[in-house]
Ligand binder design. Structure first.
Ligand SMILES: C[S@@+](CC[C@H](N)C(=O)[O-])C[C@H]1O[C@@H](n2cnc3c(N)ncnc32)[C@H](O)[C@@H]1O
Length: 391
């Protein structure tokens, strides 16, 4: 994480323009001496820098929740703050290198708002979940140039490896996303997916609730698949295979096929390993038979316009509200000037909690710098927050 160790931290008068970086306001930690978040705008992105004072250190660093990518944005903002405020740098891990334009070649890497705002339409979509070494994803994309492939992975080195190969093989029909597959399908329109591949998922024998396949996942797969589209599980785990059979059999009308040791065109790294060990490999393929309606959207992230009583903020701080859809947790409170407050929240699904900030100023509330991803769990957490802060 980029950071500067300062001789002393010198405050700015806000708003401040420091070259091409703007510093907008400061939010001070409540109930803790020495610490603040500094709202920063650079190249159209807003994020916080964090000032932390410890016994013998004055640190200026990036904020985990709002940290923009690439890292260059934070590094440049850190140096701009130090220079503009006249804070002397004792040491740092921040170089003065110019922006690495090479990173821009990774057009294939997308973030969840890309899909939320404007899901790509107009051609068949296939989704591969947990693509690992990406052998299968790359092979399929090369063999089916008219199809758009979306690869989901939560292991960053696998993502980087796939991105390199996409550039080397000049493939323009793959989008890669670092997101939990169990939550992604919520953002996919109905009836547009031809295939969902789940090849050699982690078996999670001791924590089956973490498995990608579940009743809820099957239901969402059925919704996003076009008629005749398939959800394909391939696994070496007999436990997972049996679990999938049970899950796929539970909707009364469900149609699925089972195969054992079926050869496919491309063998993944995992499959290679299991084959050498002479393990059985199972395919369970679910086929979608009916069209589905578009999902209902259950609201937005606006707050009620009723004035907020400030004493409520202190009452709700640092509590965790657990519900069957997920949770809402107020992690920390901040003050902004004389009459503003800010909350850092963790919210939404237990599988992929989201952290965000809410500013309460002039008796109204707003998320900062952006609203959360509109997953159903986040929207429900928002409804709860709105009720709490309005007493
Ligand atoms: C056992 S590996 C299999 C990789 C690849 N499919 C293959 O056949 O070689 C499982 C992969 O799924 C990824 N994964 C696990 N849970 C996931 C989730 N919830 N969403 C997306 N990817 C996930 C892991 O990071 C890992 O790379």
């Amino acid at each position: 994480m980029p950071h500067l160790n300062l001789e002393s931290f010198k405050p700015l008068t806000f708003p401040a323009q420091c070259g091409d970086v703007e510093f907008l306001f400061q939010a001070d930690y409540k109930n803790q001496s020495g610490g603040a978040l500094i709202a920063t705008r650079y190249k159209g992105r807003e994020f916080f820098l964090v000032h932390k004072k410890t016994e013998n250190k004055e640190l200026l660093k990036s904020d985990k929740v709002t940290r923009p990518s690439p890292n260059f944005l934070v590094k440049h903002a850190l140096l701009a703050y130090a220079e503009c405020s006249g804070s002397r740098i004792l040491d740092s891990n921040v170089d003065n290198a110019p922006e690495n334009t090479h990173l821009k070649t990774h057009d294939a890497l997308k973030s969840i708002p890309f899909f939320v705002e404007n899901f790509p339409r107009g051609r068949e979509v296939r989704i591969e979940i947990g693509f690992g070494s990406a052998r299968h994803l790359l092979h399929q994309a090369a063999a089916n140039p008219e199809v758009l492939f979306i690869g989901l992975e939560i292991h960053k080195p696998s993502i980087e490896q796939a991105l390199k190969q996409i550039v080397i093989q000049k493939l323009s029909n793959i989008m890669v996303l670092d997101y939990d597959a169990r939550l992604f399908l919520e953002f996919v329109p109905s009836n547009i997916v031809g295939k969902i591949y789940v090849h050699f998922p982690v078996p999670w024998d001791k924590k089956p609730h973490r498995r990608v396949i579940s009743e809820a996942f099957l239901k969402e797969s059925d919704r996003v698949l076009s008629v005749g589209g398939t959800l394909e599980l391939r696994t070496d785990s007999e436990n997972y295979y049996r679990f999938a059979l049970e899950t796929f059999s539970s909707p009364a009308k469900s149609r699925f096929d089972v195969r054992k040791n079926q050869e496919i065109a491309i063998v993944s790294k995992y499959e290679d390993r299991w084959k050498k060990m002479e393990k059985n490999i199972y395919d369970v393929t679910f086929t979608c038979e009916d069209e589905s309606p578009e999902p209902d959207i259950i609201g937005d992230f606006s707050f009620s316009s009723d004035p907020i009583d400030f004493s409520v903020i202190d009452r709700i701080k640092k509590e965790t509200y657990k519900r069957e859809w997920g949770f809402l947790h107020v992690e920390r409170t901040f003050s902004i000037g004389e009459d503003g407050s800010m909350l850092r929240l963790s919210m939404g699904s237990f599988d992929r909690p989201e952290s965000t900030y809410v500013i309460i100023q002039n008796a109204t509330a707003r998320y900062y710098p952006t609203t959360p991803v509109p997953s159903s769990a986040n929207l429900k957490a928002h409804i709860l927050l709105n009720e709490l802060i309005h007493g």
